[in-house]
Write a protein that binds this ligand. Structure first.
Ligand code: C2O
Ligand code: CU
Ligand code: CU
Length: 481
């Protein structure tokens, strides 16, 4: 059986398998002399981390975080923080069942960690602020990719309270887990779309405002937004498609605070996956909201004529309190050009009607409901404290978490280590089951999710994923034992 909405026209042909990565940087980096602390601008490493292991089912990679002189905006050089010389950093790719070993070197002048956002792994390898890596030190992360975890994730630093600053300086990168039995046709072209935004001073330096200034104040309250929007580290790049072709877009919102509402004018997309991977069934959408740290998987069909072009836009989305809403919030922004090849159209591939089973966790199994109230920059009335455990749970328990946002701005709530299933939002049952690690709580709203706290005792973070809010203390600690 095939899922082929009426609007998905039928032509004929098979596409070559092409796992293209759209994150190739357009501008080659030139050699420049730099201060001793900044790595001389060397050509960036590969866009995908090279597996150094010969052992089957093992992906062993090396990641170095280092100040690096890069050409991020035209005409000026920026001292960024980069993973292996790149912004975004290189993609970590592996399969379900693989053991991942990461040799991490911190060559930054400050402590950091690598947090594997969305991964289910032992607490000491989560890269939470409890496991800091000091300047000049190294740390080996090691985890297994369990069956059923195929999806789009990402990695970024998590040093409290400097996550926002380190991500702003360039530390964020994709992580893709693939399934050996992926239900999507192999002929589908894949594109990785990493969304970020940033702000620069005239000399090219990254503009991180002092919190005591009006701009700094605004950044703390709204979350820091940049005026320049990047897709895979480029401004308004071109992504190619062929008429009739179906592409899988893996989208990651790596922005500190900007929420995107993605749309291609005049056409629909198939929403096929969330944070933790594919759905049971595709869902046709006109646009899709992707909050901070969320990922979506979309199937996009090339309905345009050969040689034509269109754009991926982000449409207005009002996540703000009225007093601090940016004046241009209501203006759609173009993210990239979608350029059709001149070649004759191909036949769209058939998309399976059922992608993979997502058994819903039975709410009757829940041993308790835990309530989290987000208000005034606090969670449950408290600011984050590394020396305090806020919640204690029993290993193996299934719990319902009820997240309440009492204020007039959105807060995306994220839990480390465990994928959950949304039960309802403002009492409206979630229309279908999916795996999530972040749920956006729109202004004055409540949502519930169910989570199985299986394996991995230890300390786990939960927080608002607007990085300025997290750094300011909208974070808590769950001890699992
Ligand atoms: Cu993506 Cu605690 O973070
Ligand atoms: Cu996380
Ligand atoms: Cu928040």
């Amino acid at each position: 059986m095939s899922f082929r909405p009426a609007v998905w026209s039928a032509l004929a042909c098979a596409l070559p398998v092409a796992w293209l990565h759209a994150q190739e940087h357009v501008h080659p980096r030139k050699k420049t002399s730099a201060t001793a602390a900044v790595a001389a601008s060397k050509p960036p490493g590969p866009a995908v981390l090279v597996n150094e292991s010969r052992t089957p089912r093992t992906v062993e990679v090396t990641i170095t975080a280092e100040p690096t002189l890069l050409s991020i905006v035209p005409g000026v050089k920026t001292t960024a923080y980069a993973y292996n010389g790149r912004v975004p950093g290189p993609t970590l790719e592996a399969y379900e069942g693989d053991r991942v070993i990461v040799h991490f070197h911190n060559r930054l002048p400050e402590p950091t960690t690598i947090h594997w956002h969305g991964m289910h792994l032992p607490a000491k390898f989560d890269g939470s602020p409890f496991y800091m890596v000091q300047p000049g030190e190294s740390y080996d992360y090691e985890f297994m990719l369990e069956k059923g975890t195929a999806g789009t994730y990402w990695y970024h630093p998590h040093p409290h309270p400097f996550t926002g600053a380190q991500v702003a300086k360039g530390l964020f990168a994709p992580l893709i887990v693939r399934a050996h039995d992926d239900p999507l046709p192999k002929s589908i072209t894949e594109r990785l779309i990493v969304l970020s935004d940033n702000r620069f001073r005239a000399d090219g330096s990254i503009d991180i405002a002092d919190p005591s200034t009006p701009q700094g104040n605004l950044d703390v309250s709204n979350g820091r937004e940049g005026n320049i929007l990047f897709v895979n580290g480029q401004v308004m790049p071109t992504i190619t498609i062929r008429s009739g072709e179906v592409q899988l877009w893996r989208v990651i919102n790596a922005s500190a605070a900007r929420v995107y509402r993605l749309a291609i004018p005049g056409q629909t997309m198939l929403h096929v996956g969330n944070d933790g991977g594919l759905f049971e069934k595709p869902v046709e959408v006109k646009d899709i909201v992707i909050a901070n740290s969320e990922r979506v998987m979309l199937l996009v069909r090339g309905t345009g004529a050969p040689g034509s072009s269109t754009v991926l836009q982000t449409l207005p989305y009002d996540r703000y309190v009225a007093q601090t809403r940016p004046s241009d919030w209501n203006t759609p922004r173009d993210l990239f050009r979608l350029q059709y090849a001149k070649d004759a159209p191909v036949t769209p591939v058939a998309i399976p009607a059922v992608l993979r089973p997502i058994p819903a966790i039975d709410t009757a199994l829940a041993t308790r409901t835990r309530v989290f109230v987000m208000q005034g920059g606090f969670i449950n009335g408290r600011l984050h404290d590394m020396n305090r455990v806020d919640e204690t749970a029993k290993l193996g328990d299934v719990e319902i978490w009820q997240i309440e946002n009492l204020v007039g701005m959105d807060h995306p709530f994220h839990l480390h280590g465990f994928q959950f299933q949304v039960i309802d939002r403002d009492g409206v049952p979630e229309p279908f089951t999916s795996w999530k690690d972040t749920i956006n709580l729109p202004k004055h709203s409540t949502a519930r999710f169910i989570v199985r706290l299986n394996d991995f005792p230890g300390l786990w973070m939960y927080h608002c994923h607007i990085l300025d809010h997290e750094d300011h203390g909208m974070m808590g600690v769950l001890e699992l034992k």
